[in-house]
Structure formats: structure tokens, C-alpha cells
Design a protein around this ligand. Structure first.
Ligand code: WQD
Length: 340
């Protein structure tokens, strides 16, 4: 049985990937420093799987700890999520982002290489494409200069992985460029658990609907789009998690066609903020309190994926509908509030 290390595995995406990996027959070691999540998600993972999982509390900026982790467990592949991810915060505190996101990834690759783990999967982001009017974006679309230090750390980490694969014999790398992950596990036992005021749209919507937030601000309705609000490619978290299983399997089964590969992980369908809000209201049979607010800096007008390569090469396709995903997000929020 192959073992996958999931760094940042107690977080929103990491916890859902852990569930799918185990249910696909992998062994998983979860490592997290709990700087951006608490054990709620991890406890939920164990409830879904009905088993205890090895959990290493570790900060990957500590290279000795990273080394010890790979020396303790025989790791066949590592999926690296451990990073800070708040766009706005990265603009206010770039050093925190460059320090943490780059050093942790360098330490993971160094420890993996030293201990014979040759498969590295990096959690990248569509943010690397920046503002573009050539849509949908393919993996060959040009990366634009990052609009935030967060986005820049994603671009730099892709380059670190690409260069390490080129330089070091036997290391393989895949970068998954996610679009906008949303929703929660159908069990409502795990989901997104942002600390403080959510920066992302869907958790802000669900917290407004549950009464934790007064009113959703829709950042701008004067964009050159059909209804004036921004377009995004919202990918269901379970679909996203399954793309990771497909990518890890491609690596450990030596099915890669190059030592470094990139895949867009999205639905290929653009959805506007307003469409998402009205779909959320309809599928959950509620009225959301929202207002139109000024545009938010660093927002791009539109971005969505050409998913042909991921569909054909990974044999993966997003399957959950926007309605199902928004219903799952609401079920999770209600459970958090003890209403379910
Ligand atoms: C989506 C749309 C906002 C909040 C970022 C990162 C990406 C990924 C997801 C990190 C935009 C609008 C939002 C609100 C709003 N990883 N919005 N009111 O900015 O597309 O992507 O988060 O988490 O790498 O770049 O996601 O959910 O913040 O915004 O109107 O209260 O919703 O303007 O158009 P974004 P988002």
C-alpha cells in the first residue's frame, strides 16, 4: 500500500484530499501546524473514515522537523498544501508569505529527496494566470505578473518544483492549478473553517445566511461581464480532492509523460458572483442579505479553466453541480452552528 504525506492536511482542501486518498486505498500521514485551522476538520476526517490517522504536528519551516518526518515514515508521494493563503493579508504582510510559503516548500522537497520520496504534488492556483482576456485558460496560457505576494508565492513554488525536477535525478512533480474551491463533504463532517472574517465568497455567504455576518458585500457590479459581477470557475471540494488522487496515482504508477506536469483543475464553466448568490438562495430556499459594494483591489474580472488536459490525462472530470455544492456548503455551516 502506498503512503502519501499530506502537508497542511488538517486544512480545508487537505482534509478532503485525505478522505479521498484513504477511500481510494492509500495510507496517509497528515502533517499540520494548526496555524490556520483547528482539529475540528481532522476529527471530522476520522469520523468519516471511522479510524484514527497518524497526525504529525509540524511546521515545515523547521527543516529538521521536516527531515525527521520523512525519516520516520516511508513516504511514496507528498502533497504540499501547507501555506498561508489569504490574498489580502499577503499584500499587507509580504514577508510572512514569502518566508513561510517558500521556506516550507523548499524544506519539503529537500527532505523528500533525501529520503527517497520522488513524487511531489504542489497545490498551485489559477491566480498564477492573473488578469487575462484570453479565456478559458489552458496550462500553456501565459502566467501574468502576480497581483499579490500570495499569488507570487504560487508562481515561485511552481518554478522551484520545475527546476528541482530538472536538476535532480528521479524527482517528479505535478502542479495542480485550482480555480475556486467551494463546498463541503456530503457528510457535513468537514468543510471550510476560515479563521476570523472570511476573505472568500462562499464562506462569507454561508456565514451571512446563518446570521454570523450582517450583510454580504458584492465587490463591484460594473465589470465588463453579462451581469456586471466577476466570473470565476467554482470547483466542488470533493471533485477537487478526487483530482489529487488521480494525480498522485499518475505519479506512483509511473504514468507521467514528463517529469514535471501542470493541470488545470476546474469545471470549465464560468459563474458570476450574482449567479452564485441567487443559486445559493434558490437551492437552500432562503433570502440572502447583500449589497453592492465598490470593487476589491486585486480582483480579476474573469477566469475559468480549459479542463481538456486534466480530463484526458488524469481521467478526471468535475461531476458535482453548483446546486449540490452550495447545498453542501450550507449544510456544513448549519452543522457548525449546531443547527443540524
Ligand atoms: C471570488 C469572487 C470577489 C468575497 C482567491 C485566490 C485563489 C483561491 C481562492 C485561496 C470575487 C467576490 C468575494 C466577498 C465578493 N485560493 N467576493 N464578496 O479572489 O477569486 O480567489 O481565493 O483561497 O487562489 O486568489 O476568491 O472567493 O475571494 O472571490 O463579492 O465577500 O467573489 O470579488 O469576484 P478569488 P474569492
Amino acid at each position: 500500500m502506498k503512503t502519501v504525506l499530506v502537508s497542511g492536511g488538517a486544512g480545508y482542501i487537505g482534509s478532503h484530499v485525505t478522505v479521498e486518498l484513504i477511500q481510494s486505498g492509500y495510507d496517509v500521514v497528515v502533517a499540520d501546524n494548526f496555524s490556520n485551522c483547528d482539529r475540528t476538520c481532522f476529527n471530522g476526517v476520522e469520523k468519516i473514515l471511522d479510524r484514527k490517522l497518524p497526525l504529525e504536528e509540524i511546521d515545515f519551516c523547521d527543516s529538521k522537523a521536516a527531515d525527521r518526518l520523512f525519516a520516520t515514515h516511508k513516504i511514496d508521494a507528498v502533497i504540499h498544501f501547507a501555506a498561508f493563503k489569504a490574498v489580502g493579508e499577503s499584500v499587507a504582510d509580504p514577508l510572512k508569505y514569502y518566508g513561510n510559503n517558500l521556506e516550507s516548500f523548499v524544506n519539503v522537497i529537500g527532505a523528500a529527496r533525501k529520503h527517497g520520496c520522488s513524487n511531489i504534488l504542489f497545490s498551485s492556483s489559477a491566480t498564477v494566470y492573473g488578469e487575462t482576456d484570453k479565456l478559458p485558460v489552458t496550462e500553456q496560457s501565459e502566467r501574468q505578473p502576480a497581483t499579490s505576494p500570495y499569488g507570487n508565492t504560487k508562481q515561485i513554488c511552481e518554478d522551484i518544483l520545475r527546476d528541482c525536477v530538472k536538476a535532480y535525478e528521479g524527482i517528479h512533480g505535478i502542479a495542480l492549478r485550482y480555480f475556486n474551491p467551494i463546498g463541503a463533504h456530503p457528510s457535513a463532517l468537514i468543510g471550510e473553517l476560515p479563521r476570523g472574517v472570511p476573505a472568500n465568497l462562499v464562506p462569507y455567504i454561508t456565514q451571512t445566511a446563518i446570521g454570523k455576518r450582517e450583510c454580504l458585500s458584492i465587490f463591484g457590479n460594473d465589470y465588463p461581464t453579462p451581469d456586471g459581477t466577476c466570473l470565476r470557475d467554482y470547483i466542488d471540494i470533493v471533485d477537487l480532492a478526487r483530482a489529487h488522487v488521480a494525480a498522485v496515482t499518475r505519479m506512483v504508477d509511473s504514468k507521467m509523460k514528463a517529469d514535471y506536469e501542470i493541470f488545470n483543475v476546474g469545471t470549465g464553466k464560468p459563474v458570476s458572483v450574482m449567479e452564485l448568490v441567487t443559486t445559493f438562495e434558490k437551492v437552500n430556499n432562503l433570502k440572502l442579505n447583500y449589497r453592492i459594494a465598490p470593487r476589491r483591489a486585486v480582483d480579476v474580472t474573469a477566469i475559468w479553466a480549459d479542463t481538456a488536459v486534466a480530463n484526458s490525462e488524469l481521467g478526471w472530470k468535475a461531476t458535482r453541480t453548483l446546486e449540490e455544492t452550495l447545498a453542501s456548503a450550507w449544510a456544513w455551516e448549519k452543522r457548525l452552528a449546531g443547527k443540524e
